[in-house]
Design a protein around this ligand. Structure first.
Ligand code: PEP
Ligand code: MN
Length: 344
């Protein structure tokens, strides 16, 4: 259920509705929008009585929400959400490009790549500290040492950091060191991890599971928001199909579908989406052309020596080219690259 307040509703009127909803044993989620505030009502079992809420001063209407997901939906919030990651806005009219290695391998490697990301105009840095690998014998990431490296590099280059948490323990550490918590494809339906991310005080980048539908992705985002963390970004990273010319099949049609159903920003990861360096640039162009709010791109200065995902990593020069092309495409759509943070 969604309570839509009048545009002129006063804060104390909103507060009175919130208190009533909570007295009835539900959770109230005030969602301020450009034109009005809505209050999402969530909870298990039973329904709050709409006829009582309708009569509260300042209430315009109470609408039942037909989908299983509520807080993520355009019904709850018609205007686009902008999530701020370490001072960089994601969503709205700007386009962001997150660049960096699959995994943090050393301070030197991370510094070299970060410098090139910044020079090229990338606004955010990625790099895995905890790597969910298919084989237990593959490089698993440097853990907290990698988080320390990322935090150091962020200070040096003014590049806010996005990095993955794979379990509760790593989530606490990622929340402490990084600017954004990534939940990877393999954990998209790890509901207890999603709830913990929902209680964290950092934005969350939620990647689509490799066999997840749009509704399942949105319900996973709903888990995070239902716990009170509204700073959620979605990411398409390819799904499993019979096609074997790429690592995954990048499902770009989910971008306009998400834009219709949800107010959350949606990014695209053509690196994992294709698994092949030579397909990252064309699919990046296409992602921006179909309305994505940004890209997450793996970059390595020596991909042949990378400890993970070398075949899909771009060289820094190719990353710079990608940013130039993406910027040109964004202009056609009346959008532009989000400015990077100024060096401090
Ligand atoms: C990653 O971005 O490092 C990653 C492991 O991606 P995904 O969860 O999409 O496989
Ligand atoms: Mn990777």
């Amino acid at each position: 259920m969604l309570v839509v307040m009048e545009a002129a509703a006063r804060p104390e009127q909103i507060e009175a509705v919130v208190r009533h909803i909570e007295r009835m044993g539900f959770r109230a989620h005030p969602i301020p929008g450009a034109f009005r505030t809505a209050i999402g009502v969530t909870g298990h079992g039973g329904k709050a009585d709409p006829t009582i809420i309708e009569n509260f001063p300042g209430v315009k209407e109470v609408i039942p929400v037909s989908h299983a997901y509520k807080l993520v939906s355009r019904e709850a919030k018609p205007d686009d959400t902008i999530v701020t990651v370490g001072g960089v806005d994601v969503g709205g009219n700007g386009i962001v490009v997150i660049g960096g290695p699959c995994a943090v391998e050393s301070l030197d490697q991370t510094r070299i790549v970060a410098e090139r990301i910044k020079e090229a105009g990338g606004q955010l840095m990625r790099g895995g500290a905890y790597k969910p690998r298919t084989s237990p014998y593959s490089f698993q990431g440097l853990g907290e040492e990698a988080l320390e490296i990322l935090a150091r590099v962020r200070e040096e280059f003014d590049l806010p950091v996005v990095t993955e948490a794979i379990d509760h323990e790593s989530l606490q550490l990622v929340e402490k060191y990084a600017d954004c918590i990534q939940i990877g494809a393999r954990n998209m339906q790890n509901f207890s991890l999603l709830k913990s991310a929902g209680r964290a005080r950092k934005p969350v980048l939620l990647k689509r599971g490799m066999a997840a539908t749009l509704e399942e992705l949105l319900l996973s985002a709903e888990y995070i928001m239902a716990e009170g963390n509204y700073e959620v970004m979605l990411c398409e990273r390819g799904v499993r199909t019979f096609a074997d010319h790429t690592r995954n099949t990048l499902d770009l049609s989910i971008v306009p579908a998400i834009k219709r159903t949800s107010h959350l920003p949606i990014l695209v990861d053509p690196s994992h989406g294709t698994g092949k360096r030579n397909k990252v640039l064309p699919m990046s162009r296409a992602a921006i052309a179909c309305g994505a709010d940004g890209l997450i791109i793996e970059v390595h200065h020596k991909p042949e020596e990378a400890l993970s995902d070398g075949p899909q990593a771009l060289l820094p020069e190719a990353f710079a080219q990608l940013i130039r092309e993406v910027d040109a495409i964004a202009q056609v759509l009346g959008r532009s690259l989000q400015p990077a943070l100024a060096a401090s």
